[in-house]
Design a protein around this ligand. Structure first.
Ligand SMILES: [Zn+2]
Length: 276
């Protein structure tokens, strides 16, 4: 199976940003893993063309989880390439197809009142972006441990935390892990994606531990791109970094309080994290 890491550059609020969707090719199959924000179709086409590929040959689009930077362009992709099947996990599929309201939107609405005044205008714009995501029917709901044939060389690794139905992809033949947002790259180190807004931080850490069990030579993060060096060490440092938080959770359990059950607590964790 051929792996192509797309480099999709864009600017957001004046800053240059990059996302790294992946194209997987096996014989006649061409699968796009995540698709960027709404309006990204031309950027995706350019990024694919730099690898000598055309999205016109897409046979599938896999959505790792329902966040706007992964699903925003799905509607336009499906409209442009209707033969491409949409894949999503059983837990994420109802959000992709619009049967359920976005969890990120629910979280944003729940947090809104507690935000500092100066962040509220931005937060409203974020909510509007989430509301503008157009639902798309899911053609294949992923329930097993691997992609259905003819893509059965791709293992599906449930990595909940950032979102309940988040999945990562593992290609055992080439020891390649497409982590999506299970881990991101920040300043050369691995980090959790937006820990302040991770829906379940403990689950996210358990997912990182699960990834530690895999033999990985190439790690592809949607935020940060390709990592090829010292992957086990970087995963270990990430887990250890959050170990004090886990101890805090254990002592909180002793007191029969659940300080981590509310999304608002995650927001406070950011300051905690920056204290390391
Ligand atoms: Zn993301």
């Amino acid at each position: 199976m051929d792996v192509f890491v797309l480099e999709v550059k864009y600017s957001y609020q004046g800053a240059d940003e990059v996302l790294y969707p992946v194209l997987l090719r096996q014989e006649e199959e061409l699968l796009l893993v995540d698709g960027g924000y709404a309006g990204f179709l031309p950027l995706l086409q350019e990024a694919a063309a730099r690898h000598g590929l055309s999205l016109a040959n897409l046979t599938g689009i896999l959505i790792t989880h329902h966040d706007i930077d992964h699903i925003g362009a799905l509607h336009e992709l499906k409209a442009a390439f209707p033969a491409a099947k949409v894949y999503a996990s059983a837990l994420e599929a109802p959000y992709v197809s619009g049967q359920r309201d976005s969890l990120r939107l629910q979280q944003a609405e729940a947090l809104h009142a507690s935000l500092p005044e100066e962040q509220k205008a931005w937060a409203v714009r974020f909510q509007e972006m989430l509301k503008a995501v157009r639902p798309v029917a899911v053609d294949v709901i992923l329930t097993g441990n691997e992609m259905p044939a003819p893509l059965s060389g791709i293992e599906l690794i449930p990595t909940p935390g950032h979102m309940p139905g988040h999945v990562s992809l593992y290609l055992p033949q080439s020891k390649t892990l497409i982590a999506a947002d299970a881990v991101v790259v920040e300043q050369g180190e691995l980090e959790l994606a937006n820990p302040a807004f991770t829906l379940d931080l403990e689950q996210a850490l358990a997912s990182v531990r699960k990834l530690q069990q895999l033999e990985v030579d190439r790690l592809i993060c949607y935020h940060g791109g390709l990592v090829e060096k010292a992957i086990p060490e970087k995963l270990k440092r990430l887990v250890e970094k959050y170990a004090p938080a886990q101890q805090t959770k254990a002592s909180a359990d002793d007191q029969e309080t659940d300080t981590y059950s509310s999304p608002a607590c995650y927001a406070h964790r950011k300051e905690f994290r920056e204290g390391f």
